[in-house]
Design a protein around this ligand. Sequence first.
Ligand SMILES: Nc1ncnc2c1ncn2[C@@H]1O[C@H](COP(=O)(O)OP(=O)(O)OP(=O)(O)O)[C@@H](O)[C@H]1O
Ligand SMILES: [Mg+2]
Length: 288
Amino acid sequence: MEVIKTVDLGFTYPDGTTALRNIDISVSTGEMVAILGANGSGKSTLFQLFNGLLQPTSGEVFVKGLRVEKKNYKAIRRMVGMVFQDPDDQLFSNTVKQEIAYGLLNMGVTKETIPETVGWALSVVGLEGYEGKSPYALSGGEKKRVALASVLAMKPELLVLDEPTASLDPKGVAQLVRLLKKINNELNVTMIFAAHDVDIVPLLAEQVYVLNKGRIKISGATNDVFSCKEIIRSNNLRLPRVAHLVELLQRDGFSTPSELPMTIGQARRLLESETENHGVDRHDDQDI
Ligand SMILES: Nc1ncnc2c1ncn2[C@@H]1O[C@H](COP(=O)(O)OP(=O)(O)OP(=O)(O)O)[C@@H](O)[C@H]1O
Ligand SMILES: [Mg+2]
């Protein structure tokens, strides 16, 4: 089942800036999809069209077959959880607890169940005990997690994450990658995210779309897209570091895996199968 689908979608801002043209995207249940593109390529604009924060200038958006239009906004906003690029655009309550409870109350959840759900959402993002803190008195990374917790509490079917790792420290990035995988696997939440950090993309996404000046330049399975090195670079992106290293070693005449690995885990598996180095003690959680 398609959770989100856009058909020939276009969007022009009131000042005449055309941010998106002819966008056809399709994400099925349980998939994790990345949208890549340089600054200003249209990623955040696209996301705001998914739940009606912006309305298409041309074309259409469907969420589980429901057209994104005013009469369906309520149903659609229940299904689509949006974590904004800048948490300051999202957080507005006096306490973390109120912040997370707000969406739940709006959904008509009974008051008695709220403390438990708030506690659950905070524990998922690793912020147990933060209920009484002011969202404004948190660090950038903590704000991001509270914004994610407030969306997760509503148990969305589709999680839309705009630059989820921006402003997180390296440990925070690794934790978030594991957390998003867990949410996807265990809660079966479909995800679409925008990222500048290409190293996390092959760890999370099965499918990738590359935007440039509002158009899709290439899309497909993550490894296939990153294997088109010239297209990646001409769209102001780069390869994951591991792939870049293997590419340089290849150029210098070293013996390297026949395929370009995109993650540390892939590199280890390829090296292990192509050399005699079987049975080494591997820890996949060292991928990041
Ligand atoms: N409110 C607005 N009014 C007019 N133009 C806008 C507005 N918001 C964004 N734009 C323009 O639309 C285009 C796409 O912007 P958008 O924010 O979607 O890009 P992005 O891919 O999310 O970039 P970034 O990686 O910097 O977050 C840019 O040219 C931007 O200048
Ligand atoms: Mg953006």
